[in-house]
Design a protein around this ligand. Structure first.
Ligand SMILES: Cc1ncc(COP(=O)(O)O)c(C=O)c1O
Length: 375
C-alpha cells in the first residue's frame, strides 16, 4: 500500500519548511485580471537597466560572434567573470565564486555548513531564503531579536549556540531596509566566535553611498570565516539571467567550489555580468535615480499620513491601518503589484520597490484612495 512520501523522515521535515513566495509576475496578474497595464513594484528589480553595453554584448552572443553560441557549454567556473569581479574588488580570483543568483550561494553555504547538522542565527524579519536554505540543508534556525527599524548585534552574539555554524546578516536587510552603523558592524565581525561563518548578504550594497558603507569585503583579511554575497539581480538589472557572486577566503571559496554544481551559471549571464560589473557609471546613475524616487515617495506618503520605514536599498516599507494582504489585493485589482509582508512578521506593511516616475505615479493613483480610507 502507498503510504505517501510524508511518512519518510526527510520528507516529513521538508513538509514543515515554508515555501518561498515570490513577487507575483506581471503576466500572471494580466491573465487573472484581464488588465493590460501592470506596474510591478514587488521584487526590488532595477527599472533603469540593464545598460546598453550589456544588451549589445548579449546580442553579439545570439548572433554567434566570436565562436560563442547557445549550443556550447558555458565556462563551468565562470573564470572570466570572476576575473572581472576580482579586478573590481581588488581580490584574487580564487576568492570569488559564482552562483545562479545569490540565492544559490545561500543554498551552497548552507549545504556545506550543515552537512553534519547545526544551527544558524538569523535576525527576525530577514530575507526568507536564509531560513529556507538552512532548514532544507538540515540545519535549524535560531531567530535573534530585530525590529523593523533596528538590527541588534548584541542579541545576535547572545543567540549563538554551541552548534551554531552560520550567522546571516542582510546588509542592508530586506525587507526592512536597514543596516548597521560601521562601529556596530565591526563589533559583530570582531566578536563572533571564530569558527562561525558570518554570511553578509550585500544584495543592496550598491545602493549605499560607497564612502559611508562598511563593505564586509574589507574585513576578509581580518576574519577568514566571512562570506560576502552580491547579486546582479538588483542594481545591475539582470534578475532574469540569475547570477550572483560570493567573496571569501581562498579556503572557504574552495569548499564552496565542492558543493557548486558544474555549469551552475550560464554563458549569457556570465557575459552580461562581466560587462555590468565594470560599468560604474550605470551603478551611479541607478543609485541617483533611486535616491530621487525615495525622496518623492516620502513627500507623497506624508500627504497621505502614511508611516514609512527603512532608508536603504531600492524599496521602502509602507505601513497602513489595515492588513497588508488587503492593501496588496486592493492595489492588484488596480494593476499595481507590491509585496505584502505578513509572512515576514510585519502584518500591516507592504514593501514597495522604487520604479520609474510614471510607475510611482501609477502607484499613488491606485494607493492614494485606499490609504486615505484608513492609513
Ligand atoms: C537580501 C537578498 N538577498 C538575496 C536575494 C536573491 O537574489 P538573487 O537570487 O536574484 O541573486 C534577494 C532577492 O530579492 C534579496 O533581497
Amino acid at each position: 500500500m502507498h503510504s505517501g512520501l510524508s511518512a519518510l523522515p526527510g520528507f516529513e521535515h521538508l513538509a514543515r519548511i515554508p515555501l518561498y513566495v515570490p513577487g507575483k509576475p506581471i503576466q500572471e496578474v494580466q491573465r487573472e485580471l484581464g488588465l493590460e497595464r501592470i506596474v510591478k513594484l514587488a521584487s526590488n528589480e532595477n527599472p533603469w537597466g540593464p545598460t546598453p553595453a550589456v544588451k549589445a554584448r548579449l546580442a553579439a552572443i545570439l548572433e554567434g560572434a566570436n565562436g560563442e553560441g547557445l549550443g556550447l557549454y558555458p565556462v563551468s567556473d565562470g573564470y572570466y567573470l570572476r576575473q572581472a569581479i576580482s579586478a573590481r574588488k581588488s581580490l584574487p580570483v580564487d576568492q570569488v565564486v559564482l552562483g545562479n543568483g545569490s540565492s544559490e550561494l545561500l543554498e551552497m553555504i548552507a549545504k556545506a555548513a550543515f552537512l553534519e547538522g547545526g544551527s544558524a542565527v538569523i535576525p527576525r524579519h530577514s530575507f526568507a531564503i536564509y531560513s529556507i536554505a538552512t532548514q532544507t540543508a538540515g540545519g535549524s534556525v535560531i531567530e535573534s531579536r530585530a525590529t523593523a527599524s533596528e538590527l541588534d548585534v548584541d542579541d545576535i552574539l547572545r543567540s549563538v549556540a554551541p552548534d551554531t555554524r552560520l550567522v546571516y546578516l542582510g546588509h542592508p536587510n530586506n525587507p526592512t531596509g536597514i543596516r548597521l552603523e560601521r562601529s556596530a558592524f565591526e563589533r559583530l565581525v570582531r566578536n563572533l566566535r571564530e569558527d562561525i561563518i558570518l554570511v553578509v548578504d550585500q544584495a543592496y550594497a550598491e545602493y549605499e553611498e560607497p564612502a559611508n558603507y562598511p563593505d564586509a569585503a574589507a574585513y576578509l583579511d581580518e576574519r577568514p570565516n566571512l562570506l560576502v554575497l552580491h547579486t546582479f539581480s538588483k542594481i545591475h538589472a539582470l534578475a532574469a539571467l540569475r547570477i550572483g557572486y560570493g567573496l571569501g577566503s581562498k579556503e572557504l571559496i574552495g569548499y564552496l567550489e565542492r558543493v557548486r554544481s558544474p555549469f551552475n551559471t550560464n554563458h549569457l549571464a556570465q557575459a552580461a555580468a562581466e560587462v555590468s560589473v565594470q560599468d560604474l557609471a550605470f551603478e551611479a546613475f541607478s543609485r541617483q535615480r533611486n535616491t530621487e524616487a525615495r525622496g518623492v515617495f516620502a513627500l507623497e506618503a506624508a500627504q497621505h499620513r502614511c508611516t514609512l520605514s527603512g532608508d536603504c536599498g531600492n524599496f521602502v516599507l509602507l505601513e497602513s491601518a489595515f492588513p497588508a494582504k488587503d492593501l496588496f489585493l486592493g492595489l492588484m485589482q488596480k494593476g499595481v503589484i507590491v509585496r505584502p509582508m505578513h509572512g515576514y512578521g510585519l502584518p500591516n506593511q507592504v514593501r514597495v520597490t522604487f520604479g520609474k516616475p510614471d510607475e510611482m505615479e501609477a502607484f499613488w493613483r491606485a494607493a492614494g484612495p485606499l490609504l486615505d480610507g484608513g492609513c
